[in-house]
Design a binder for this molecule. Structure first.
Ligand code: GTR
Length: 422
């Protein structure tokens, strides 16, 4: 653990500058920038009504994010089907029912992801749900010994090694990030999927994961404007929505898609491509998530594309060190949620993710909510640490501490969901 941390520090301190990627953490060194217009369409028309936004401007912005940032995803496959693999009514001290559901992407059932779901036993009908990806496998989310262990898939350590690492992570290893019992006690269900079920998180030229299922004849990797790994993850979450719509225990009109860090980027993109998600929550999502790219503080487009060449579409690399040429910025991604509620969470020590840039995206997305007669961000200035802003449809907090998703974050998400779902 400590060894891993030290290696990461050494990596960031030494290797990045060597690659010519200077780190800036100084507000005063942010170059002047102009954000792309939110409410002026490509042909110069001013967007002043909801219908202009819905019919004209939103599709333009969505399409730019699709072709220039995350990449276009295919339709849900024809073979998409589901199977409830297990159901246990007496889990978490008899407070919850645990279900595991296979979401098969193909008719032949060779490619699937497994949803782990907890539903409160005390309920009067279908329940609202928090839903998001986990990093290390479904079995790491809770100590519950009966969760089926995910097949953990990671970069092979050396040539010839397998990408499958059995037993790589202990049961409950990530439980601090998933306060299941608290969600259940508050009347919410929780559903989660291991990201590696959809696409393992390393650059293998898109040979594993779901991408090859959609290659046209002769195609060996996505086109420049087609999906990278983040888009594949978001697409997988969207496929799960098809299942939630038929699960009688779930209120599919109240599903909040939630994610930390790279999964926070994913939850925002999932909320953009699939408007059935009633809320999106991004925790410490940073560059390519809630943070404005043009601020170039902490992680930049060039850095993220070098460290994680598989996350975005190939076209996004055109903007390495050329943020001003990006036809969009991340406030427009937040705006794609409108009029649905969205929550942005930051951590004050997480300078790599640019907390201020995360706040500003929410602030600058707010004019779209006004078109719907709603308040987006309810303040104009970044709030103090640990002082959540939750009056509007764009919630925000910056919490004490480091890059992580903690109980404090979840407590704010529950309060925000209570306001909008109950
Ligand atoms: C970092 C990456 C961030 C963030 C984070 C995470 O290394 O630079 O953009 O996504 O990983 O997902 O934990």
């Amino acid at each position: 653990m400590i060894k891993g941390f030290l290696i990461t520090c050494i990596f960031f301190i030494f290797l990045l500058p060597i690659k010519g990627q200077e780190l800036n953490y100084d507000e005063s060194k942010i170059p002047p920038y102009t954000l792309p217009e939110l409410l002026v369409s490509e042909d110069g028309e001013k967007i002043t009504t909801q219908s202009q936004w819905i019919e004209k401007r939103r599709p333009e912005i969505l399409s730019l994010f699709e072709t220039q940032v995350y990449g276009k995803s295919p339709q849900h496959p024809k073979g998409l089907h589901f199977e409830v693999l297990s159901e246990d009514r007496y889990t978490l001290g008899n407070m919850a029912t645990r279900k595991e559901i296979a979401i098969y992407f193909t008719e032949d059932e060779k490619h699937f992801m497994t949803i782990l779901m907890y539903i409160p036993n005390k309920r009067n009908g279908p329940v609202p749900l928090f839903f998001g990806l986990n990093f290390k496998g479904n079995h790491t989310v809770n100590e519950d010994a009966n969760i089926t262990e995910s097949v953990t898939r990671m970069k092979p350590r050396k040539e010839g090694d397998s990408e499958i690492h059995p037993g790589a992570f202990n049961r409950g290893a990530e439980s601090s990030r998933w306060p299941v019992e608290i969600l259940i006690a508050n009347g919410y269900g929780l559903a989660t999927v291991y990201r590696g079920d959809i696409d393992p998180d390393y650059d293998d030229g898109f040979q594993n994961g779901v991408h090859p299922l959609f290659y046209k004849e002769g195609q060996t990797k996505p086109e420049s404007d087609e999906w990278g790994t983040l888009a594949a993850w978001a697409w997988g979450l969207s496929c799960a929505m098809d299942y939630f719509e038929i699960d009688e225990d779930v209120d599919a009109t109240k599903v909040a898609v939630v994610g930390h860090s790279r999964h926070g980027k994913t939850s925002l993109w999932a909320g953009a491509i699939d408007q059935r998600f009633a809320m999106a929550i991004s925790n410490d999502s940073g560059c390519g998530g809630a943070a404005l790219s043009r601020r170039r503080i902490g992680e930049t487009v060039n850095k993220i594309n070098s460290l994680f060449p598989h996350w975005f579409c190939e076209n996004f690399k055109k903007y390495n060190n050329k943020e001003d040429e990006l036809p969009v910025d991340q406030h427009q991604l937040i705006a794609l949620m409108a009029p649905r509620p969205v929550y942005i969470a930051s951590a004050v020590e997480d300078l790599w993710a640019d907390p201020k840039g995360e706040f500003l995206s929410g602030l600058y997305a707010s004019p779209v909510y006004q078109l719907f007669g709603l308040t987006g961000m309810a303040v104009d200035e970044m709030p103090e640490v640990d002082s959540p802003v939750t009056n509007g449809y764009i919630g925000y907090h910056v919490r004490t501490g480091n890059h992580d998703i903690k109980l404090y974050d979840w407590q704010q998400f529950v309060k925000f969901a209570d306001r909008h779902f109950k």
